[in-house]
Write a protein that binds this ligand. Structure first.
Ligand code: MRU
Length: 371
């Protein structure tokens, strides 16, 4: 996508040296557009853990490049397995991270040491390129929903999205935001309600910045305002991203997604979830029982960073220093509250049958494993 006219991806190999990895420091947005250089797997792991990069597909791609950086320095099997485990352990909920590392290892274990570093860069590039193609496909399948609403109502389409599932969360396009970008580019009159969530408020810090740079009309709201807007007919459609979808259609996503789904259900607002194939966990069928939910530091809740009135960037405490803070980072929305899934292969119901209809080879493989 473009930042003020210049096209970017959210991760790329440095063109000058041909091996180091470039990312945007998302902890500095929207105040400052800083590009970081990653030179070893520990820096890649730090970038993921500290949320310099975040969003399920992007952390998978950065972990893949992190493994390529590791193999450039030491292509032995012992080092490869050690660094793969280190990278895979950085964040627990988004399944794309595990998926990307397993895909890399499947190729690299079958590659002689001498060719491993080259193979790792090639595989990481393939993961990144496929993510771009898949997100573009999600955009096209989601665009049809927006076109239908615009055609039916003949007025501006109001969408609500939660957290950041835009191009900053993927390699390009985004998942939930891809249909919005495509509808905007087609000249459809649309407007996005952009919400939270606290504590990191990826909506206000990242989604609003992304949409603004691309010229998409949007309004930032507090995490808790969505239900009220839905009650008053101001939301035509909700589209969110996801960090893991079970084979039965349960959806793990940023904390607060479940409350949006409940409000949408109560107000007959369609609630769609956008995802690439790499976000489906075919091994898991009960999202509530089986998806690990990341607990992040309480300091993310007790402080907030922003631009002070004198222009400096400041971190301030927003609660009593002796109160404890709990910070579960994700929740699980049961499939029954999801209108449908927008995948790179098309749309389907959030059910085992729906997913199997789009990914028959994966469903059959899963069936064979269980038999
Ligand atoms: O904690 P984050 O910022 O990595 O969480 C991001 C989300 O929850 C996104 O909605 C999800 O990863 C989908 S990204 C296309």
């Amino acid at each position: 996508m473009k930042i003020d006219g210049t096209p970017y991806r959210s991760v790329w190999v440095d063109q000058q040296d041909g091996w180091s990895v470039r990312i945007f420091d998302q902890t500095r947005l929207p105040w400052s557009l800083d590009i970081l250089r990653l030179t070893d797997p520990r820096e890649a792991a730090h970038a993921i853990r500290s949320m310099q990069v975040r969003g399920a597909p992007l952390i998978g791609a950065v972990a893949a490049y992190g493994l390529a950086l590791a193999l450039r320095a030491d292509a032995s099997t012992a080092a490869m397995e050690r660094d793969a485990a280190m990278l895979a352990g950085t964040r627990p909920t988004a399944v794309n991270l595990r998926w990307a590392i397993e895909r890399m290892l499947a190729r690299l274990r079958a590659t002689p040491e001498a060719g491993r570093a080259r193979a790792a860069y090639d595989e990481a590039a393939a993961i990144a390129d496929e993510d771009v193609a898949q997100c573009a496909a999600i955009g096209r399948h989601g665009l049809e929903l927006i076109q239908q609403i615009a055609g039916r109502t003949g007025r501006r389409v109001n969408l609500l999205t939660h957290c950041n599932a835009g191009w900053l969360a993927t390699v390009d396009w985004g998942t939930a935001l891809a249909p919005i970008y495509m509808a905007h580019d087609q000249g459809i009159d649309l407007h996005g309600w952009v919400d939270g969530p606290r504590p990191r408020d990826q909506g206000a810090f990242l989604t609003a910045w992304e949409l603004g740079r691309h010229g998409v009309k949007h309004t930032v709201i507090a995490d808790n305002a969505g239900g009220h807007l839905m009650q008053h007919g101001q939301v035509d459609l909700v589209i969110v991203g996801t960090d893991r979808v079970t084979r039965t259609g349960d959806v793990a996503n940023k904390i607060g997604t479940y409350l949006k789904a409940l409000a949408a259900h109560d107000n007959n607002v369609p609630f769609w979830v956008a995802l690439p194939a790499s976000t489906i966990d075919w091994d898991v069928s009960d999202g509530l029982a089986e998806i690990p939910i990341e607990e992040r530091a309480g300091a993310e809740l007790s402080t907030i960073t922003g631009r002070a009135m004198d222009g400096s960037i400041a971190t301030v405490r927003v609660m009593p220093s002796d109160s404890p803070a709990a910070n579960p980072a994700f929740d699980v929305t049961p499939a029954r509250l999801v209108t449908g899934l927008i995948t790179d292969r098309g749309r389907c119901k959030a059910t085992a049958e729906g997913l199997a209809s789009l990914f028959p080879e994966r469903a059959a493989a899963q069936h064979a494993t269980l038999a």
